[in-house]
Design a protein around this ligand. Structure first.
Ligand code: SAM
Length: 208
């Protein structure tokens, strides 16, 4: 490339974005190779899935947003972009490499990355000074979680969400819906075709 073009702000912005994208994908893929069952996917969710999943969220009424299984942060930046300046995003992942990566790459005072299990969500948010979450988002591979962990996470999540809040779930198969059904009063269904692989979307609402 001609040297003067290569130095334009546009080209350096594109280069930074590509480096960020492929850097994140590399970290994600490495995570998959190390823990295929826990990660459950070879590449992060698509922008179309992120937009569709977050659409029903009432951001003006969201003080605490929790995410399970953030991986390399595909949802974290879009959530932070939409959140109020005084709201908080807590993300919980079992993989310490992902948590390290998120802590190094997301410098936002509203963001907390916790190494732990989604099953301990109540204790984790209490330790950070919160009682209830407004929304919980999950990218967990529910169908490959160890026995009884899926139902436990669904129950803990229902308990941690405030009345009027919601549990947002995306998954390649419908297993998560079975775990949500005993608790959530209303479950809306969607589908994201523009994802590898296409995935089911569920919004479980807790009545007011
Ligand atoms: C399919 S990846 C989701 C990646 C990311 N959210 C995305 O949209 O690209 C699943 C993630 O769940 C994490 N995970 C698996 N079991 C977990 C658990 N019990 N608690 C918290 N995170 C867990 C994995 O480490 C991995 O980061």
């Amino acid at each position: 490339m001609n040297n003067s073009i290569a130095k334009t702000p546009f080209v350096s912005r594109v280069r930074q974005r590509l480096q960020r994208l492929f850097g994140a994908w590399g970290v994600f893929f490495k995570g998959f190779l190390k823990h295929p069952v826990m990660v459950g996917s070879i590449i992060p969710s698509s922008a179309a899935t992120v937009t569709k999943m977050l659409e029903p969220v009432h951001w003006d009424k969201c003080d605490l947003f929790v995410e399970y299984g953030p991986g390399v942060g595909t949802f974290c930046r879009p959530v932070l972009e939409r959140m109020k300046p005084d709201a908080t995003l807590v993300v919980i992942d079992l993989n310490p490499d992902f948590i390290d990566y998120l802590r190094k790459t997301i410098g936002d005072s509203r963001f907390y990355a916790v190494h732990g299990s989604a099953a301990d969500v109540q204790q984790i948010i209490r330790d950070l000074g919160h009682e209830k979450a407004d929304y919980v988002l999950s990218g967990l591979p529910f169908s490959t979680l160890p026995d009884q962990l899926g139902p436990k996470i669904a129950k803990e999540t229902y308990d941690v969400i405030r009345p009027g809040g919601a549990f947002l779930v995306y998954q390649f198969v419908k297993k998560a819906r079975d775990y949500m059904a005993p608790h959530f009063d209303q479950i809306d269904n969607g589908y994201s075709l523009w994802n590898i692989l296409p995935c089911h979307l569920f919004w479980g609402w807790k009545s007011k």
